[in-house]
Ligand binder design. Structure first.
Ligand SMILES: Nc1ncnc2c1ncn2[C@@H]1O[C@H](COP(=O)(O)OP(=O)(O)OP(=O)(O)O)[C@@H](O)[C@H]1O
Ligand SMILES: [Mg+2]
Length: 578
């Protein structure tokens, strides 16, 4: 606890259910003036729900809320705001075509505005954009935000949008600020900046609640940590008196083993060749410059780099979602048991090749035609009994994403906005599964058994918390939505599997589930490409790591030999160093 230990907010016995799901059960929680409280808990443990109750989005069925010792009734976001509670959600609620200043004013009635300025004792302020812009500027100076009040939201980075959401809450005089996984979408630099701002707000007497799955952030920023497990508030501890291991055990309710078992690569074959490709980003700027690498079956290739160094554009280009300006991408697709024909080879050539051991019979035994007459050989060939294995060389450039997917190249990109990509919130899990997997043929609408089974399998393998496979995705907690997204792609047994930020927003247990799943893919002979943020994980999980800096490869290194410092240095160094 900090400063003068005034309890600004207190939850007593809060319970909230959604049908048969108990999202919060008898939650007691307090928040003091001028403190930073972290909320920690596995995916689906009720963190967001509890905060949504405080900010008036949901109403509890049981229990009460007190502010500064007095019971309050919070029935709408409007009520929460007038009590000085502001929340920044994972999905921003901004108007794209408006500027920052315009967004600050959106939704305020004349009466709200009067209340705001009265509270500030600034009765002469007029309700206009210019005034709001000035106010934003003042807040930037005061707390250390960086935001141009006249910038339109559609031109803003994710971090700027988040800043605007915070400023919007502060403009409404929020004394309690709730941030739901604010760092899940930020680069390490942006996170450091946000933490500075948060500390400044704390010093100004504000109380901040921050939900995060990143334990090192909890240790770094918070005064106290509240732990949720299965809808209950388990305990609140002082950060300085605990450690990561203890927090993890409390969160999970049992001892957890955080080990990635990395196997030695087996049956390694070159699978995907990326040769000197250059790709532009949405603004037409070159985001990937002359990148070359080979992804191999039976191996995990990690891609490290500061977020925004071209990772997204590179993977999208491979998947056919973005044009390749120069260079090529080639898949070496192993094809077994192709029959030899006279259309391609003469009898003489076929005999020569047989002597070199190129052919086998349908049982897999070698054929050498020894002692056989030409007529007999010809018959055997014509009957399709002379077989050989040959890799198909397939250039991917110019193919559309669907064609590329059908060749077995699958991308799971966990975006900043999880519901924005690849999942339809208003559809249930099975339908979302069918969206991707069952495009072929007419039975897409007839046979629901296969997708149902697949969905069931993913729910079990990834421990997805959902009442059933027919629950709408929008009702799942953030992390569970994401497990659906990743599980769907993995379930399709690809040849090349590209996973970008698959553990964004996942709790620690689920993250290890995903790492172990990627390891399993590798053992099954799939070429895995993993784009991650956590260097410790990259080094423990991958076999090789390619480091990108500003769209260029600064090196491809052996993950078993390189150090974190070396990778860190390569992340900011231009040009190849090998
Ligand atoms: N609108 C809703 N309708 C039905 N169920 C819901 C709704 N919102 C949340 N739930 C359920 O309540 C439980 C708690 O969800 P909540 O979003 O609070 O979890 P969380 O701790 O924030 O998880 P995460 O870390 O994954 O974001 C989950 O089982 C979730 O599926
Ligand atoms: Mg949540």
């Amino acid at each position: 606890m900090t400063t003068d230990s005034i309890k600004v907010l207190e939850l007593k016995g809060i319970t909230k259910t959604f049908g048969s799901i108990i999202a919060n059960k008898d939650v007691n929680l307090d928040l003091y003036k001028g403190e930073i409280l972290s909320i920690l808990g596995e995916n689906g443990s009720g963190k967001t729900t509890a905060m949504n109750i405080i900010s008036g989005i949901y109403t509890q069925e049981e229990g009460s809320i007190y502010m500064n010792g007095e019971q309050v009734s919070i029935k709408s976001p409007h009520d929460a705001l007038s009590l000085g509670i502001g929340m920044v959600h994972q999905h921003f609620k901004l108007v794209d075509i408006f500027t920052a200043a315009e967004n600050v004013l959106v939704g305020l009635s004349k009466k709200d505005y009067k209340n705001i300025i009265n509270k500030n004792g600034e009765g002469n302020k007029s309700f206009n954009v210019k005034e709001a812009a000035k106010c934003i500027k003042d807040m930037c100076d005061k707390y250390g935000f960086e935001l141009d009040p006249n910038k339109k939201v559609y031109n803003m980075t994710v971090s700027e949008k988040q800043t605007l959401e915070i400023i919007k809450a502060l403009y409404r005089n929020a004394d309690i600020l709730i941030l739901d996984e604010p760092t899940a979408v930020l680069t390490p630099q942006e996170t450091a900046h946000l933490f500075n701002v948060i500390k400044n707000m704390k010093n100004d007497g504000k109380s901040i609640v921050i939900i995060t799955h990143k334990l090192n952030e909890v240790m770094e920023i918070s005064d106290r940590v509240a732990i949720f497990r299965k809808g209950r508030h388990i305990s609140t501890v002082e950060t300085s008196k605990t450690n990561i291991k203890e927090l993890t055990d409390m969160m999970v309710g049992e001892k957890v083993d955080l080990e990635i078992e990395r196997s030695e690569p087996k049956n390694v074959e070159d699978r995907l060749f990326v040769n000197n490709i250059s790709v532009k980003n949405d603004d037409g700027r070159v985001a990937v410059k002359n990148v070359s690498f080979t992804a191999k079956s039976g191996e995990i290739l990690g891609i490290a780099g500061i977020s925004g160094s071209g990772q997204k554009e590179l993977l999208e280009a491979i998947q056919g979602l973005r044009p390749i300006d120069s260079g090529e991408v080639i898949l070496r697709n192993p094809k077994e048991n192709k029959p030899a024909t006279f259309f391609h080879k003469t009898l003489r050539r076929i005999k020569e090749l047989a002597a070199q051991g190129a052919f086998h019979d349908p049982d897999g035994n070698p054929i050498n035609f020894k002692g056989m007459k030409n007529k007999e050989i010809t018959e055997m060939v014509n009957e399709g009994k002379v077989l050989f294995n040959e890799d198909e060389i397939v250039p991917l450039k110019g193919k559309n994403p669907l064609q590329i997917r059908e060749l077995g190249i699958r991308l799971s990109f966990v975006p900043e906005d999880r519901l924005g990509m690849g999942l339809v919130g208003s559809m249930n899990l099975i339908d979302n599964m069918m969206l991707r997997s069952y495009r072929h043929g007419h039975w897409i609408f007839l046979d629901r058994e296969r997708p149902k089974k697949l969905t069931q399998k993913i729910i079990e393998e990834l421990n997805i918390v959902t009442p059933s496979a027919s629950t709408n995705v929008s009702k799942l907690s953030g992390g569970n939505v994401q497990k659906v997204l990743v599980g769907r792609e993995i379930a399709l047994a690809p040849k090349v599997f590209m996973a970008a930020y698959p553990v964004r927003g996942l709790d620690i247990n689920s993250s290890y589930l995903i790492y172990n799943l990627l390891e399993k893919q590798k053992c099954d002979g799939i070429a895995v490409i993993y784009v991650g943020e956590d260097l410790d994980v990259l080094l423990a999980l991958c076999d090789r790591v390619m480091v990108l800096c500003d769209g260029e490869v600064s090196g491809i290194v052996n993950a078993r030999e390189v150090t974190k410092d070396q990778i860190g240095e390569m992340m900011t160094r231009h040009g190849e160093v090998q």
